[in-house]
Design a protein around this ligand. Structure first.
Ligand code: UD2
Length: 310
């Protein structure tokens, strides 16, 4: 089948593209290469066709979607910081882009749209483990853009009979995640620093926890969400379903790479959430999702991949 992946040259998108190509799909990628990279599509070869364009451009989205049965909408400005600094711009991409994708899906007669939502929509909701029914408490423009997108996605299923699914990603890590900004995923930053012989910095006391999920499991969830019948209009947490503290994380990476016994410590980040843990029962029951890569194994695979690429 022909599948569109917006943001398909990015971290999560390109890992998904590889899996779609491997199962024999013909893949169209729409990516403006603002953070995505052409080389992320090298492994996919000519079974993935890259169209350079933005999801904020309705015509480009519709052209890319032509003939596609299934659409994965992974494109977004993922930097929370940028959404705080320039919300008018990021809203055009993160919310306007979602609406463009839904309208393009309708125009070309696509069967289903799978949307990349975010755990950011929960904000500082303390009801751990977080269930999809927990009250959203967005704390940033980014979280609002993802939450409002989810609502469009759900309502488009009700209004127009398009099949739609939202996957709320927790802290995703793995190969191709860019460590380039201070707000990049903590695992990408720590691996990069340790491999360069530098000392990573933990913000706060390191007792904060996250529900890390290896990108291959996020890909698994997407493949299931693209095909499973009877799930239209629903929202699912996609996470590992466990908690890892930053101190534990540092310990795992030190075992794999080496480095000083203790990392550096700096003041906790303003607005940092203390704990995050997903309830993944809904994804297990309705999608058949079962995370298969424990954090320690994912870290080892990531370190091997980053070493191989240097
Ligand atoms: C994640 C998402 C973000 C948003 C948010 C919602 C990522 C990369 N970010 O932010 O987009 O959805 O969840 O809650 O998935 N840290 C350090 N040292 C570093 C970098 C980070 O100690 O060099 C800490 C940081 O203060 C935090 C933890 O590591 O306590 C995780 O940070 P993160 O930026 O990877 O992800 P998070 O959960 O803040």
């Amino acid at each position: 089948m022909r599948v569109l992946v917006t943001g398909g040259a990015g971290f999560i998108g390109s890992n998904l593209v590889d899996a779609l190509v491997a199962r024999g799909d013909e893949v169209v990628v729409l990516d403006d290469l603002s953070t995505g990279k052409r080389e992320n599509l090298a492994a996919a070869g000519d079974r993935a066709r890259l169209i350079v364009g933005s999801v904020a451009d309705a015509e480009a989205v519709e052209a890319a979607a032509a003939g596609c049965e299934l659409i994965y909408h992974e494109a977004a400005i993922a930097s929370v910081q940028r959404t705080v600094e320039t919300p008018l711009d990021t809203n055009l991409v993160n919310l306007g882009g979602t609406l463009n994708v839904l309208e393009a899906a309708r125009a070309v007669g696509a069967r289903r749209v799978v949307f990349a939502g975010s755990a950011a929509t929960y904000g500082d909701n303390p009801d751990m483990p977080l269930r999809e029914t927990a009250t959203p408490r967005p704390l940033s423009p980014y979280a609002i853009e993802k939450l409002a997108s989810e609502q469009y996605v759900r309502v488009w299923a009700e209004l127009f009979g398009l099949e739609t699914v939202t996957l709320r990603y927790f802290n995703v890590f793995g190969p191709r995640q860019d460590p380039g900004s201070p707000y990049s995923g903590v695992i990408s930053i720590f691996v990069d620093r340790l491999l360069r012989g530098q000392v990573p910095t933990i913000f706060g006391d390191g007792g904060q926890t996250r529900d890390f999920v290896y990108v291959a499991d996020v890909v698994q969830a997407n493949l299931l969400a693209g095909t499973q019948p009877g799930i239209s209009g629903r929202v699912f947490n996609i996470a590992g379903g466990g908690q890892t503290s930053l101190l534990e994380l540092y310990g795992h990476l030190r075992d794999l790479i080496g480095g000083p016994e203790r990392p550096a410590f700096a003041e906790a980040r303003a607005g940092d959430i203390r704990h995050s843990l997903a309830d993944i029962a809904a994804a297990r029951a309705a999608l058949g999702y079962a995370p298969s890569v424990p954090v320690a194994v994912g870290l080892s695979r990531l370190v091997d991949a980053v070493r191989a690429s240097r």
